[in-house]
Design a protein around this ligand. Sequence first.
Ligand SMILES: Nc1ncnc2c1ncn2[C@@H]1O[C@H](COP(=O)(O)OP(=O)(O)O)[C@@H](O)[C@H]1O
Ligand SMILES: [Mg+2]
Length: 291
Amino acid sequence: MKLGILTEEKDWVTCELERTMKEFNINPVYILPSRISSYIGMDTKFEYDKEDILDLDGIFVRNLGDPTHYYRFDVLKYIGEYIPIINPAEALENAGNKYKTSSLMDIHRIPHPKTLITEDIDKAVMWSEKFKDCVLKPIFGNRGKNISRLKNKSLISKLNILNEFKRKYGVIYMQEFIDTPGEEYRDIRAFVIGDEVVSAMYRISDDWITNIHQKGRSKECEITEEIRELAIKAKNAVGLLYGGVDIMECKEGGLKVIEVNGAPSWEALSRVSNVDISKLLVEYILENFLK
Ligand SMILES: Nc1ncnc2c1ncn2[C@@H]1O[C@H](COP(=O)(O)OP(=O)(O)O)[C@@H](O)[C@H]1O
Ligand SMILES: [Mg+2]
């Protein structure tokens, strides 16, 4: 059995997968997204260098590269007509685009911070005043990069920041800031496989951006019924088979989903949890897609 690992680079996750797949007698085949060619109306449909992609039993998508290479999602969707793609391209598009995720949270009535998207600077300024404290995020961002907070800023500096943001990213995605209880900043990352939350951690930081790739520290988090229900609902709303759901605890009570990740790492989670996520994930793929 051969399973492709689609990635721009090898990292902890791909190495873990590679090791675990071999334990299950699955042969891992690394595929660089930029090396896939797709042919329409010809004998071979998809090639990776000289290999026929449809000889694989499925593809695990780790890292599709620059999300503005839209065609890669389209090629992946087309490949998905023939072999299983984990996670499916549509779901990766939903998760990779923060506005799509926000709208899906709303459609599925999943608690989510108040959010707006606009190219109109006047509207953005008006809402930044109404929210008082809010964050700006690039729609296609990750790892806590390039997000900023508009707190205690003068009108003129807000105007400058918003104009600069629009110039850089084309559109403004603005979200109310969620105040969390406690001295430090923290949020929850819940890891969902199929219909199960297999593990969860707090990400704690003295900075408001709690990503592990910034200054966040991980600590095991008990999976309460509320976390379980919310994480599974959010992961399913986006259409993922497995995923990492970012959840914030609100000071005034209740939880809000801020983001759903379609290709989450479980490196930090593995340091604080005894659950063998790599094994559970490969077992899940094997049982559901590679029978
Ligand atoms: N609305 C918000 N209120 C408070 N903190 C936030 C908010 N949105 C994001 N954060 C903080 O920033 C981090 C990164 O935001 P997120 O939306 O998950 O983007 P990324 O894709 O970069 O991880 C979150 O984990 C959280 O710590
Ligand atoms: Mg996040």
